[in-house]
Design a protein around this ligand. Structure first.
Ligand code: DGY
Length: 383
């Protein structure tokens, strides 16, 4: 059970906002204060159940910020509606834990925190790629374990990335940045799959390729693949960045792992359920030169049996967005979502740059409302 300990901020504020977990930074609280909100922050470290959330919301509440670890379902949104909640924001860019359809039918706008996680999460995907390809964790354990007896020609041989092929499945914001880093950093060719072509990314790589040839270097290629299978078969490294939905659940299964090169590297910083984790464990066991780097798990925080014992898996605890700047930025965007809707402000377009919200004078808009169209919330046209 979650204990009832709560921190209260700006107690005389007229709008009651509930935040299910403490958030980093101070700016997000100033945003609420400026909007006349009383903020109640649950200080438990446990994941809140639906019953606990409903009890914390109580009879009256105006806005809520919740966590990606909580299931915001139909039952909760019905309770939120009865309590008078006018807006919910996830403290995350992903919102597969939120039943947006249920929120929409209750008339509740749902916010997310796009833009501030992009580079941070892409950097984690790169970190996992390098750690897996060059066996950094295995080598670290070995060295700490006092096993290092001197340089050896064949010790911890890993995989060279330079001029190989990197595959990206899901070339949205994070996938594109990851692809660009790998192309620019290691002169890799890029092959990507998404439900739609990313022409901006293709042009960027083609301009970069021209730059390389102008400087006397070999060009790089960027190919769009019509299927995920093609990416898996051709790439030396594959990084997964799709949105989790019915079409991407267990996108990586035993059959698709078998399409991959024997010594490929598979990275996942998206959502755990995109990968059939038991199949991945079996594949890693059967293919010792195959490597994986995971930030997310199918039944987080649990892991599939055997995963933690694999030398060819690098595993970290969902820290893709874990930098101070990003986590504080996420708090600011979530607060802006809630405060803006309570103030009757319009929604920021999904294609617009989020940076102005991180300054001292944020636009009078909600930065990330995912069901703005469905709820006919007008879009921002300028202050
Ligand atoms: C998100 O915001 O969706 C991320 O998974 C948090 O790291």
């Amino acid at each position: 059970m979650v204990d009832k300990a709560r921190k209260i901020f700006n107690s005389s504020g007229e709008h009651r906002v509930l935040v299910t977990r403490e958030l980093p930074g101070a700016r997000w609280l100033e945003i609420f204060e400026e909007a006349g909100c009383r903020v109640e922050i649950c200080s438990s470290q446990e994941v809140m159940s639906g019953d606990e959330i409903r009890s914390e919301v109580g009879d009256h509440c105006d806005g809520v910020i919740g966590q990606l670890t909580e299931a915001w379902n139909e039952e909760i949104f019905s309770a939120l509606k009865i309590a008078g909640v006018k807006v919910y924001s996830n403290y995350a860019v992903g919102y597969n834990n939120v039943d947006v359809e249920a929120a929409t039918s209750c008339g509740i706008p749902v916010g997310n925190t796009p833009g501030v996680l992009t580079e941070t999460t892409a950097e984690m995907a790169v970190t996992l790629t390098l750690a897996a390809a060059r066996r950094v964790i295995e080598a670290d354990k070995f060295t700490r374990g006092g096993k290092y007896r001197g340089w050896q020609p064949s010790m911890f041989l890993g995989k060279l990335l330079y001029r190989k092929t990197v595959g990206v499945i899901g070339a949205g914001r994070i996938g594109s940045v990851y692809g660009k880093i790998m192309v620019e950093g290691f002169k890799m060719d890029l092959i990507y799959h998404d439900i739609r072509r990313n022409e901006t990314l293709e042009k960027y790589i083609s301009d970069y390729s021209r730059f390389l040839t102008e400087h006397g270097e070999k060009p790089v290629a960027c190919d769009y693949a019509g299927t995920a299978d093609e990416v898996l078969a051709r790439a030396d490294v594959v990084s997964l960045h799709p949105v989790l939905d019915n079409t991407t659940f267990h996108l990586i299964n035993a059959a698709r792992l078998d399409l991959m090169k024997e010594d490929a590297v598979l990275i996942n910083v998206s959502r755990g359920q995109v990968v059939d984790e038991a199949a991945l464990v079996a594949h890693c066991r059967d293919h010792p030169t195959f490597r994986t780097g995971l930030d997310v798990y199918e039944a987080e925080p649990d892991m599939a049996p055997g995963l933690a014992g694999l030398d060819n898996a690098v595993i970290v605890p969902h820290i893709g967005s874990a930098t101070g700047w990003t986590r504080e930025g996420m708090a600011v965007l979530a607060a802006c979502n809630v405060a803006a809707i309570l103030r009757g402000y319009p929604a920021w377009r999904k294609t617009q740059n989020i940076d102005p919200f991180l300054g001292d004078d944020p636009p009078r808009a909600a930065p990330g409302i995912v069901n703005a169209d469905e709820l006919s919330i007008p879009y921002y046209r300028g202050d």
